[in-house]
Write a protein that binds this ligand. Sequence first.
Ligand code: F6P
Length: 318
Amino acid sequence: MLTSGGDSPGMNAAIRAVVRTGIYYGFEVHGIMRGYQGLIEDDISKLDSRSVANIIQRGGTVLKTARCKEFFDYEGRKQGYQNLKKRGINGLVIIGGDGSFRGAVQFSQEFNIPCVGIAGTIDKDIYGTDFTIGFDTAVNTAVEAIDKIRDTMDAHDRIFVIEVMGRDAGYIALHSGIATGAENILIPERATNIDSIVESLRETEKRKKLVNLIIVAEGEKFGGAYEVQRAISEKMPDAEIRVCILGHIQRGGAPSCLDRLIASRMGYHAVECFLEERYNVFVGILNNKMHYIPLENAVKTKGKINEEWLKIVKILAS
Ligand code: F6P
């Protein structure tokens, strides 16, 4: 088992579940350090039940993680395969996001190693699951921070542009923005229209609504929070606009109850996949039921933002 890509709160709960369920069913479970990097470097050790004690409540990942460039090369993947074979390891659990799943698809096709994925990313940008491990904690962290900013924003009658994480997807922005009453939410899935933002700011100004919250997803295409601030300031030179980038604070901290729960369920079902010979899938949850989505589909398909949510933002911000 390895954790790969950006860490997410709840990964430890998934590691614990895989180890303990694996042992329960008679498997030997090995932990690979630093994702695919440790696979290539043979940084692998056997895990027992006690080795995952006292981690369910901790953020980060005890297996550590990395974004491994060498795994993009065939030679790197071959080295990884040889390390697994040498140790008699014949299956791989990958806890990570779509980049990590892409690596798994290639690896399993080239070397016939059965892979099972567990969706772990704060971005929630994996097709075929309602939840990914870490998303709930990350949005709650963002909401807590935005609420605090709102206090000072309100005291000064200011406009705030707050950037949240989400490289290719606007889920963190959309969820945290609706939950904090944002007036505008800018996401990668939709082109940003500065004129319409300015229009809405002028309109609210007329109604003496001076406080305005704009949430920007990191991957938004106009250029991010500072660029949005600059463009609005150009058209509204008298407006007091401040920027706050929440950054990696969203990736850390104790996992929420929901993240611990889905991580535990996904970890348990990932082991069951090996029992049932259900390979090269990832474990997702749809309508509170476990689903097994081919890793290939997960990396080829993108989830769609629900357009109605953007309508809700507009109506509720009036
Ligand atoms: O894991 C997802 C994510 O947090 C994205 O939201 C963000 O763009 C990226 O990782 C940041 O990655 P890094 O920590 O490598 O800078």
